[in-house]
Design a protein around this ligand. Structure first.
Ligand code: URA
Length: 434
């Protein structure tokens, strides 16, 4: 830690300024992120700063400066030597969101490179790496050389983002998680975009969620987040667009890890739930349009096995066995309909929380996840149900977990009459931002 006499600014002055809703200069933001990364600014002062940003916001210039400062805190990658267009996708996270799994192989089979650097789940949203680790032998950690070789040969990789990319974000995100400052547009936008720009992809499609199972519940705030991130990407030379998608309802029927892999494989086989297929196809079209293939017949590649072939090659390349049986939980608990009618409501967030309580997610970064556990839905909003019909199945390795999961689900779904409005939050894909 260096002495404050040699530092360019006084941290308390910066906190005062943002607390009083003043703008921070480019130099101040750059210094602040550097000083926090090297440990000169401690977590208690940064917590005050993030709360001031949460409450008073940042203008577009400040958000860009914050993003660029976070990129400079670590290494940057480049895939230019691959000689293929590169495109990535990022989702702001939701319940049952397994889209990366079928999407990466689907896009890669059109000859573009998809470097999908992913994370693990925290709280009620699952993590792509946790899901893939349900597959026997599959490995999330690759060297840079392995990543390049796989992008050249197969066209796609899903692997852990190294800690060298935007390390300031790693520290800040962990701090925000425990100080109630996650749901801030400048902080979310700079966090996501610093990692994506540092990763070196040429183009990027963002799936920005709104609704009960998303970070930002309100579509207007999600639109603002999408606009901010699309502008940050384009300003930094990454061709970026976003879809605003509905997370009031669980995506697909499976919530967990192994069961989400199972559902993804169904999509790759040309089947699977209609909403998962619709979003996978829409995002693939956006990604391929950005890389010069606006007319690619994406649906054909799901139906004729090309995307599945790429998936199998990808799993094998990362030491997994695509034919190995997925783990199955020790115990199940089936919840049935208590009356005839229509399922008029099924809130995504409580189902995410329940799956997490069954052991599918983690409360702390270092906790393990249980791969076989989770929830399988048998009915979705709008479906007609009869008394006694299974609505969903909870799976657990430790039966003691059922009670806490069922507590989370109290009031989370409702059977009404056929004349009632179904509360599903509207269409899956609401808007496009470019
Ligand atoms: N995902 C991130 O990487 N950062 C955020 O702030 C929120 C979601």
């Amino acid at each position: 830690m260096s002495s404050s006499a040699l530092e360019a600014f006084d941290t308390v002055d910066l906190i005062h300024a943002k607390r009083d809703a003043a703008e921070l200069s480019t130099e101040q933001i750059s210094w602040m992120i550097d000083a926090y990364t090297r440990g000169f600014i401690g977590d208690e002062q940064m917590a005050a700063m993030t709360m001031a940003i949460f409450l008073n916001g940042m203008n577009r210039r400040e958000v860009r400066d914050l993003t660029m400062a976070m990129i400079r805190s670590g290494e940057t990658m480049s895939f230019a030597s691959l000689g293929k267009p590169t495109v990535d996708k990022h989702s702001t996270g939701g319940v049952g969101d397994k889209i990366t799994l079928p999407l990466m192989p689907l896009v890669a089979c059109f000859g573009v490179a998809v470097p999908q650097l992913s994370g693990r789940g925290l709280g009620h949203t699952g993590g792509t790496l946790d899901k893939l680790e349900s597959i026997s032998g599959w490995r999330a950690n690759l060297t840079n050389q392995e990543m390049f070789d796989q992008l050249a040969s197969i066209g796609g990789v899903i692997c852990a983002a190294g800690s060298g990319l935007a390390p300031a974000d790693g520290k800040l995100y962990a701090l925000r998680d425990i100080t109630g400052t996650v749901e801030s547009i400048p902080l979310i936008a700079s966090s996501i975009m610093s990692k994506k720009i540092a990763e070196g992809t040429e183009s990027l499609v963002l799936d920005v969620k709104f609704g009960s199972g998303a970070f930002l519940k309100d579509i207007d705030r999600s639109r603002e987040l999408a606009r901010t991130m699309v502008d940050l990407g384009n300003d930094a030379g990454v061709k970026t667009r976003a879809l605003l998608t509905n997370m009031n309802v669980v995506l697909g029927l499976a919530i967990g890890n192994a069961n989400e892999v199972r559902e993804s494989v169904e999509i790759l086989a040309g089947g699977g739930p209609a909403d998962v297929r619709e979003l996978t196809v829409a995002l693939a079209r956006e990604m391929l349009a950005l890389t010069g293939q606006p007319d690619a017949d994406v649906e054909a590649a799901l139906d004729d096995g090309r995307a599945m072939d790429t998936w199998r090659a990808f799993i094998r390349a990362q030491d997994g066995d695509p034919d190995a049986a997925l783990p199955i939980a020790r115990e199940t608990h089936v919840v049935t309909a208590d009356s005839d009618g229509v399922l008029v409501e099924q809130l995504a967030l409580p189902f995410g929380v329940a799956a997490w309580r069954l052991g599918a997610g983690r409360a702390r970064k270092q906790d393990p996840v249980q791969h076989a556990v989770g929830i399988d839905l048998h009915a979705k909003p709008g479906d007609t149900v009869t008394a006694g019909q299974p609505l969903f199945t909870l799976s657990a390795d430790e039966p003691a977990r059922f009670a806490r999961a069922l507590e989370a689900l109290e009031g989370a779904y409702r059977i009404g009459s056929a004349s009632e409005k179904v509360l599903d939050g509207g269409p899956l894909i609401a808007e496009r931002v470019e």
